[in-house]
Design a binder for this molecule. Structure first.
Ligand SMILES: Nc1ncnc2c1ncn2[C@@H]1O[C@H](COP(=O)(O)OP(=O)(O)OP(=O)(O)O)[C@@H](O)[C@H]1O
Ligand SMILES: [Mg+2]
Length: 506
């Protein structure tokens, strides 16, 4: 006998401003099944998820949970039926503590004997938060820390902990691994496998196709809002998924061009900051892409922020184009022709109520100012050029950025920093949330950028990307450089080895 799906969608339609985003989407999710939902940036994945969890209403179609029709008006209603969601754009509160974030809006759920609803006490909240973060997810995040002091990866783990805390029958994960390191990802996959054994169903969205095939039982591909493939994972391959997603195969994910490396443009000597990193030295040359990798907590995030003057180093020297300089703040960094794309686009990147063109050009007003006026024509010309180059899915440069899909917002920010024309570009996970097709375009743009004699320093949590696109790789471990190697002479396994054990410097 066929089992009743925990979730069933039939012929769902959804449009925004008369533009269809989901077109006749039908889907079944069985108990204990892990379903991979994939598709290009803007294909409609997050929209579908927001419909399932009640954040958006659908225009036509029907939705059933456990065989019963539902018509959610808000996420609270879906949560009551056991649907728990990890959102792509984290939905956390910066000034509250980690524990408070995990329990937000749920503090009043314990009903004491008196029948009066009272909040769960702080100590219980903290111990429960610790249990799930430390024991289940294997992190050592301090639960009393205000959320804003956490790294993006840690915030992502808090968001995951929040969804896992309540025993849900369906857990939806919209790109839960974009900021996670290999070890944290593996931990999450163990949690997913355990949940599956308990009969929990999971919808898992990711642009890492190997990861999807590894963890999911079935894959469901959306293209322009339509289902183009629904197949058991064992019958699919990365190539068939790419073919379904973009309608063609990808020749090369990493279009690496080996350029002639030029003179030294940037150098740091014995840089140290508190406990974050110590005695870091390296060089960057013209036409070089330098990757910095390492496990969570290795100091790479703190290092790149120090280079840009956000949290400056306490000791050591920085030389730019052969001259010793001091970078005390962002202003100094900009004066030295540096630019920085931070990983956390939501809090450090987008101006969410502004449009695409504004967000793209805000850091290079000099390019669009004529006399003392901003030239709308020039702004739109440049914006349109980059919308085209990066295949940004937007109705026009006038669309509000927060209504773009996550990956498309990331592309706007990348364009912003490329447009500033820096000599030294610092990137933190530049392809975070960008689909496989456009990733290749981003790598080409970065290559074009260094070809003109500039340099790029790229921190990444994706070792494969670093080996594929960089010229040199620095591996950090416990705040120190554990290896400095030529990308052509290394591989992902070796990088993992240096991340975990101390290697030799070359
Ligand atoms: N609130 C909204 N208003 C207008 N358009 C929207 C809104 N939300 C989403 N869209 C549009 O719907 C389309 C699908 O977006 P969605 O966020 O579902 O894509 P996605 O598949 O999750 O992409 P990504 O991989 O980049 O996260 C996009 O073109 C987006 O601009
Ligand atoms: Mg999305």
């Amino acid at each position: 006998m066929e089992q009743t799906p925990v979730l069933e969608l039939n012929n769902i339609h959804k449009a925004f401003n008369n533009v269809p985003v989901l077109d006749n989407v039908s889907l079944k999710l069985n108990p204990g099944e892990v379903l991979g939902l994939i598709g290009e940036n803007g294909a409609g994945k997050s929209t579908l998820i927001k419909i399932i969890c009640g954040a958006y209403e659908f225009d036509q179609g029907e939705m059933l949970v456990d065989g019963h029709h539902v018509d959610f008006r808000n996420p609270e209603q879906s949560r009551r039926l056991g649907i728990s969601t990890i959102y792509q754009e984290l939905s956390l509160f910066p000034s509250l503590t980690v524990a408070q974030n995990i329990f937000i809006a749920r503090e009043f759920e314990r009903v004491p004997v008196s029948g009066l609803v009272t909040p769960i006490d702080n100590r219980k909240m903290e111990s429960e938060a610790r249990r799930i973060l430390h024991e289940t997810l294997g992190t050592d995040i301090n639960v009393n820390m205000p959320l804003e002091r956490l790294t993006l990866a840690e915030k992502q783990l808090v968001e995951i902990a929040r969804a896992l805390y309540y025993k849900a029958q369906i857990i939806i994960m919209d790109e839960p691994t974009t900021a996670l390191e290999a070890r944290e990802k593996e931990r999450l996959f163990t949690v997913i496998r355990d949940l599956k054994k308990l009969g929990t169903s999971i919808i898992f969205v990711s642009h890492y196709l190997f990861e999807v095939l590894d963890i999911c039982d079935r894959v469901y591909v959306l293209r322009d809002g339509k289902c183009v493939l629904d197949s058991p994972s064992h019958a699919a391959s990365v190539d068939t998924l790419i073919q379904a997603m973009i309608g063609k195969s990808l020749e090369r994910q990493y279009p690496k061009e080996r350029l002639e490396i030029g003179e030294k443009i940037f150098e740091v000597k014995n840089l140290s900051r508190e406990k974050a990193f110590q005695d870091v030295s390296f060089e960057l040359h013209r036409r070089e892409i330098l990757g910095i990798v390492g496990l969570a907590g290795c100091g790479k995030t703190e290092l790149i922020r120090a280079l840009y003057g956000i949290d400056p180093p306490e000791e050591g020297e920085v030389h730019i184009r052969g001259r010793k300089v001091t970078i005390r703040d962002i202003k100094d960094a900009i004066e030295h022709k540096m630019a920085f794309l931070p990983a956390d686009r939501k809090t450090e990147g987008i101006f969410d109520i502004k449009n695409v063109g504004w967000n793209m050009l805000i850091a290079s007003l000099n390019l669009i100012t004529r006399n003392t006026h901003i030239s709308a024509r020039q702004e739109s010309r440049l914006a349109v050029a980059y919308i085209d180059k990066l295949k940004i899915k937007t109705q026009s440069s006038g669309q509000v950025i927060s209504s773009l899909s996550g990956g498309n917002q990331q592309k706007v920010l990348l364009a912003r920093w490329l447009l500033t024309g820096p000599e030294i570009l610092l990137l933190e996970d530049p392809t975070r949330g960008i689909d496989v097709n456009v990733k290749t375009e981003v790598y080409k743009l970065i290559t074009e950028f260094v070809k003109e004699g500039r340099g790029v320093i790229m921190v990444s949590s994706d070792e494969e990307e670093v080996v594929g696109i960089c010229d040199r790789v620095i591996v950090m471990r416990n705040g120190q450089v554990s290896a400095d190697v030529q990308a052509a002479e290394t591989n992902v396994e070796q990088i993992k080895y240096y991340s975990e054990k101390s290697g030799e410097q070359q």
